[in-house]
Design a protein around this ligand. Structure first.
Ligand SMILES: Cc1ncc(COP(=O)(O)O)c(C=O)c1O
Length: 380
């Protein structure tokens, strides 16, 4: 049995009623017209939504779209890409295809709940591998991963989300190389959730995709975050392991079967415009990070934070957290008084001092001004 997805239940309750979403992970979106207008500058064929055929589409995904997605990676062609309806469907199908009861699965935590909950519900022996706040950065303990890999009786599945939700952490190239070395040494399959890739504060810090670096790695991505196009519900798995992708494709037959035809058409325009769209959202996240920096400097007696290195979220904390002054209470009162939505860390089954903030929305400055005035009025 799957336990309720705490974060998604919270958003189902508040996302469309709160005045300011100060904790979302998707970047600012656009209309169909704006997306198509962006793509018209391109020399190649203009995309026309009107002539999109509304029958079933190819189960693995529109070939032209898969080929364009493959072009985002080194050494990945259309056949090494399996389209899904969002990253969420890809996680479910991947787990159903690869995990049997009792299988060892190492999951980096805290994490987007499905990465841990779906393996658990399938009877996997889930081993949490914790990301730690060392005061300066969120740190991946690779020695700890090595020790966990040593102990497993058969090659495990390792699941890691990087850039990381909710902390905004990004491992270094050396750490990435060590992760790949350890997985290869132990024959582990690696599911690398890269849905926040392209949102590095410094684009030079972008890591290689796992599917480029390791033959048993599967890279997960989606148009929701860096492209800000969550409503298209287009995500994908990319891997050089064709047998593994075949297995996942067989599960997809029991799920969405194929993606939405208009979404595939629009996704082609979006992926063709990756450089333009992701640069805009990367800049927005950087500007909002600067606004949050000022905010946390002013309120440093009350909040601590580690500035995000990548992605569209960060995970600050209340310094002197008590049951009376937890992030749950802060979020509840702030929402009631101002209409600003924060996401308490309890939705990640994490320390109640922590809460998630979002960096990808245009109205962040206005919301932070209101939050600041509210804190002043409470003398916090
Ligand atoms: C780390 C991570 N993986 C997967 C997803 C699912 O993405 P989507 O909602 O676009 O399917 C999310 C969404 O927040 C996420 O944060």
């Amino acid at each position: 049995m799957l336990n309720p997805f705490k974060l998604e239940r919270y958003f189902a309750q508040h996302e469309f009623s709160a005045r300011f979403l100060l904790c979302t992970s998707d970047c600012e979106s656009m209309t169909v017209g704006e997306l198509l207008a962006l793509d018209q500058d391109k020399d190649s064929n203009t995309i026309e939504l009107d002539s999109t055929w509304l029958g079933y589409t190819e189960s693995r995904g529109n070939p032209a779209l898969r080929q364009t997605i493959g072009g985002l990676y080194e050494g990945i062609d259309a056949d090494a890409v399996l389209l899904h309806s969002g990253a969420e469907e890809a996680i479910l199908n991947f787990c159903l295809a690869t995990i049997e009861s009792g299988d060892p699965v190492i999951v980096n935590t805290p994490c987007y709940q499905s990465l841990q909950e779906i393996p658990r519900s399938l009877g996997a022996s889930v081993m949490p591998w914790q990301l730690r706040n060392n005061g300066k950065r969120w740190e991946l303990d690779l020695a700890c991963l090595g020790a966990m890999l040593e102990k497993t009786s058969k090659p495990p599945l390792v699941i890691l989300n990087m850039p990381h939700n909710p902390t905004g952490a990004l491992m270094s190239r050396e750490e990435f190389a060590e992760l790949i070395r350890l997985c290869r040494l132990h024959g582990a399959t690696l599911l690398m959730d890269e849905v926040y890739r392209y949102l590095e504060r410094d684009a030079a810090e972008r890591l290689p995709a796992a599917c480029e670096a390791y033959e048993k790695a599967v890279s997960l991505s989606v148009l929701s975050k860096a492209w800000g196009l969550a409503g298209l519900r287009i995500g994908w798995l990319a891997s050089k392991d064709s047998q593994l992708l075949d297995k996942v494709a067989s599960v997809k037959d029991y799920n969405s079967i194929c993606a939405s035809a208009p979404s595939e058409t629009l996704a082609l325009a979006a992926v063709r415009q990756t450089a333009v769209i992701t640069a805009k959202n990367r800049q927005l996240c950087a500007q909002n990070t600067a606004l949050f920096r000022q905010f946390f400097e002013k309120h440093e007696n009350y909040f601590g934070w580690i500035p995000p290195v990548a992605g569209s979220v960060a995970f600050p904390w209340i310094r002197n957290c008590t049951a009376q002054a937890s992030a749950d209470r802060l979020a509840r009162e702030l929402l009631e008084d101002t209409g600003i939505l924060l996401l308490p860390g309890s939705h990640y089954s994490f320390d109640p001092a922590y809460f998630r903030i979002g960096l990808g929305r245009a109205a962040t400055g206005e919301a932070l001004g209101l939050f600041d005035a509210w804190l002043d009025s409470k003398r916090l």
